[in-house]
Design a protein around this ligand. Structure first.
Ligand SMILES: Cc1ncc(COP(=O)(O)O)c(C=O)c1O
Length: 388
């Protein structure tokens, strides 16, 4: 199996597993206990929190560890909107957000919130899939509680202009929440410099373990009041009760440290693999097109390729090339037979969306794998064409 689905999840780096193990088998104290074993675990969490905060431009006091980005997004948006002192009743988000944002906003309508879903720049433009800033500016008003825009899209890799979005949100006194799940560990982010109030992330997207994520609360210049989603022991300043998991926190931290150290070289090697992959597929598959922002601008994650076939559906392609792991639409909505809401939001027809496939190239891929995957994918299309 050649794994080219690194937007969906990534391998947990063996170095990360190694860093985690002692916190499961030797130093397994409860970090909230007062004895030596507990204090050792609490210290590890403390050191980790400081390291992660530094790497993303946040202060340690703003960090909350969650089970992943879905929980972080829920805590950010629901937490701000449902705080008892919240008077504003309008949420602004974008049509291509992950369901972990869109569904949360939709659900808040039942609590009396208005939701404006802003469109993205349509297919055909070099910035296809990037939020339309004019429409975003028009949508935000003095009743807007929160503006939730992702840092980079998980299907087409479109990167958002975070500084501009923060400015637009703050002009009206709204908070800016950014789902940075696809960006943390891949490209540099400085939350304080960009003045982002709330930021979500997830370790399994940057070679850490599944089951841990983070939310930065109050990363910008404004005070953020959150109503907790989970109450219990009052851990994490009462924002997320429950015994913290030292091994998971250490794993997330080690993963991010490694990503930060190798970010530039990873970017260069992933870019080279992406270019080779695209050139091979373009040369071998008639009529294949690119979905999303242009490959040569700075508006696209380098490891992302989202392709549209002339006559074969993505699902059929996947079935015909079982040795390559890729996806159609986002992994989390693969149970859903609907075509990708991201591609539809960019103006593609249902048929075009169904003929699309997403690839995510990552640090652990090699050129040899890229060539083998290209051979398998081109071969699959050749076989399918003979059947049509
Ligand atoms: C942009 C984005 N947000 C949120 C999530 C959900 O993350 P998690 O699996 O950590 O809940 C994903 C995962 O696909 C994602 O890509």
């Amino acid at each position: 199996m050649i794994y080219l689905d690194n937007h969906s999840t990534t391998i947990c780096d063996p170095l990360v597993v190694e860093a985690m193990l002692p916190w499961l088998t030797q130093d397994y104290g409860n970090p909230h206990s007062g004895h030596r074993a507990g204090v050792a675990a609490a210290d590890a969490i403390d050191r980790s929190t400081k390291s992660v905060a530094k790497l993303i431009g946040a202060s340690p006091e703003t960090m909350v560890f969650t089970s992943g980005a879905t929980e972080a997004n829920n805590l950010a948006i629901r937490g701000v909107c449902l705080h008892p002192r919240q008077k504003r009743r309008h949420i602004v988000t974008v049509a291509t957000e992950h369901p972990a944002v869109l569904d949360v906003c939709e659900d808040l309508k039942r609590d009396g919130f208005r939701v404006t879903v802003v469109p993205v720049i349509p297919a055909g433009s070099p910035k296809a899939g990037v939020v339309d800033l004019d429409r975003l500016a028009d949508a935000i008003d003095d009743d807007t509680v929160i503006v939730s825009v992702m840092a980079a899209n998980n299907e087409v890799g479109a990167i958002a202009p975070l500084y501009e979005i923060a400015e637009l949100a703050h002009r009206h006194g709204a908070l800016f929440h950014c789902d940075a799940t696809q960006v943390i560990g891949r490209i540099p982010i400085n939350i304080a410099a960009a003045d982002i109030d709330l930021v979500s992330g997830s370790a399994h997207k940057f070679y850490g373990p599944k089951g841990i994520g983070l939310l930065v609360v109050g990363g910008g210049n404004r005070r953020v009041r959150l109503r907790p989603e989970i109450v219990g022991g009052g851990q994490q300043r009462g924002l997320r009760s429950g015994t913290m998991a030292p091994a998971m926190v250490v794993g997330l931290t080690r993963a991010l440290e490694i990503c930060s150290q190798s970010m530039e070289s990873d970017r260069a090697s992933v870019l080279a693999m992406r270019d080779r992959f695209w050139n091979r597929l373009r040369g071998g598959i008639e009529g294949v097109e690119l979905n999303g922002p242009s490959l040569d601008g700075s508006e696209r994650l380098v490891g992302n390729l989202n392709l549209r076939l002339a006559s074969v559906e993505g699902e059929t392609w996947m079935a015909a090339a079982p040795d390559v792991a890729f996806s159609t639409g986002s992994a989390c909505s693969n149970v859903d037979p609907m075509p990708s809401h991201v591609l539809i939001a960019m103006g593609l027809s249902e048929s075009e969306a169904r003929r699309s496939a997403r690839f995510g190239i990552g640090r652990f891929n090699t050129m040899v794998q890229i060539d083998r995957a290209a051979d398998a994918l081109i071969g699959a299309i050749d076989r399918l064409k003979k059947l049509i």
